[in-house]
Design a protein around this ligand. Structure first.
Ligand code: NAP
Length: 266
């Protein structure tokens, strides 16, 4: 489906409620700001209820849109099911789902406790897969809707289990984009590079661990992403520099990409 034929900066998605996971910080909060400013009612999902309520009140105040919250830990199956139930509500449908919540692991695979690796897999793959399943059932019945899966440029680089998880979301989104296009549903993977959010702070990693020119601002990542969604794309890679990096990475043998392995982890 192609939404909006106006110039890139003026593209507006169709009206309807947007659900954003990980909506209280970083990219999720930026999605909430930009879509709230466009008049979309919002459903915000994260763990910290107090912070959710604060963000909801601020967005309602600023943009005059209805904002509801669901406190859920997306590494917990019962909580994921609670969010999936909301996605199945056809009387108050979710028009756009943004699977964004995530966290990084500072250590390498064998140093990490296997339960930490499991939680990492749960939040980056299992939760978005289950939420996409619920959303796609509702959206295909209605004949419209969209899903953004926040992946990463790491999907195209050898960066351990994080790359593997993000690669799943890219492949899943590419497939679903063509599978459900005829039923009026767009599915897209967003693949940002290093972006200034709380992600690296939460990992206890310094911004100096990646060169300055590689850092992006969240507002730019989100506005390019929304323009790409409106154009019906299957993958969005914000900024020319990361488009070039991904283009090169697909041509370079994986052994030569080893220097990217530990960047952004110290
Ligand atoms: N920043 C980057 O450089 C970068 C680059 C590429 C891709 N990404 C991807 O972008 C996405 C968003 O990351 P960000 O950089 O915006 O991170 P962030 O600033 O740390 O925000 C993370 C958000 O996710 C929520 N969250 C974390 N764990 C959760 C859980 N178990 N259940 C539910 N919500 C949870 C947090 O709220 P609570 O703590 O209250 O739950 C918060 O709202 C992630 O999928 C990440 O992999 C980030």
């Amino acid at each position: 489906m192609l939404w909006g034929m106006s110039p890139k900066s003026m593209r507006v998605l169709p009206p309807g409620t947007v659900m954003i996971t990980g909506a209280t910080a970083g990219l999720g909060l930026e999605f909430a700001e930009q879509l709230g400013a466009q008049g979309h009612p919002l459903v915000l999902v994260a763990r910290n209820l107090e912070r959710l309520k604060e963000v909801a009140a601020e967005l309602e105040n600023k943009y005059g849109v209805a904002v509801t919250t669901i406190s859920a830990d997306l590494t917990n199956r019962a909580d994921v099911d609670k969010v999936a139930l909301r996605l199945g509500d056809q009387k108050d449908p979710i028009e756009i789902l943004i699977n964004n919540a995530g966290h990084g692991l500072k250590q390498s695979f064998l140093v990490n406790d296997v339960e930490d690796e499991q939680a990492h897999l749960d939040i980056h793959v299992t939760a978005p897969m289950r939420l996409s399943h619920a959303a796609l059932r509702s959206m295909t019945q209605r004949g419209h809707g969209a899903i953004i899966n926040v992946a990463s440029v790491a999907a195209f680089l050898p960066r351990g289990s994080y790359s593997a998880a993000k690669d799943y979301m890219v492949k899943f989104s590419e497939w679903a984009n063509s599978e459900f296009a005829d039923q009026g549903v767009t599915v897209m993977a967003l693949c940002p590079g290093f972006t200034r959010t709380e992600f690296h702070q939460r990992m206890d990693v310094s911004a100096d661990s990646a060169p300055k020119y590689l850092w992006l601002e969240a507002d730019r990542v989100v506005s390019e992403c929304l323009a790409d969604l409106a154009a019906g794309k299957a993958i969005s890679i914000p900024s020319k520099r990361y488009k070039a990096i991904v283009g090169a990475a697909t041509m370079i043998p994986s052994g030569a990409l080893r220097r990217f392995q530990s960047m952004g982890r110290k």
